[in-house]
Design a protein. Structure first.
Length: 139
């Protein structure tokens, strides 16, 4: 069982081993979910891809979306399946808010951040400029 703190540390270490060229983010853009309906479900095709791109734990994004959209959802392979029909523009608006709140550093505007929890408070920590500030809890 890896403790969350250890996991953060492992990520940090793995990240610090990357050559600078890889770390340099190629112009970050807020990603968009590709969404389609299947029966009474809403499928996000590129869910995992987006999670990887914004470097956030899929579990955290799942939590955020289910809360914000007030609809149950589950991950299936690379996809996210939401129960009920949710308009794609609504989902992407939530994703945009998530990225602006929890990914892009409000000090320097770079996406080279991570989420950390200190004494029950969630923070964004930026590895580009060193900023650290609290953000609203997710779920
Ligand atoms: Zn920053």
């Amino acid at each position: 069982m890896v403790k969350p703190d250890d996991y953060e540390k492992m990520l940090d270490e793995a990240y610090s081993l990357l050559p600078d060229k890889v770390k340099e983010t190629v112009r970050f853009e807020i990603p968009k979910f590709e969404v389609f309906f299947q029966g009474n479900q809403t499928i996000i095709v590129n869910f995992m891809e987006v999670c990887k791109y914004i470097r956030r734990d899929p579990k955290v994004i799942l939590k955020y979306l289910t809360k914000e959209l007030a609809a149950p959802a589950n991950v299936a392979g690379d996809r996210l399946i939401i129960k009920g029909k949710v308009r794609p523009d609504k989902i992407n608006k939530k994703l945009e808010t998530f990225v602006k709140t929890y990914v892009i550093c409000k000090e320097c505007g770079k996406p080279d951040t991570e989420l950390i929890t200190i004494e029950g408070v969630l923070y964004v920590r930026c590895s580009a400029c060193g900023a650290r500030y609290p953000v609203p809890p997710i779920a």
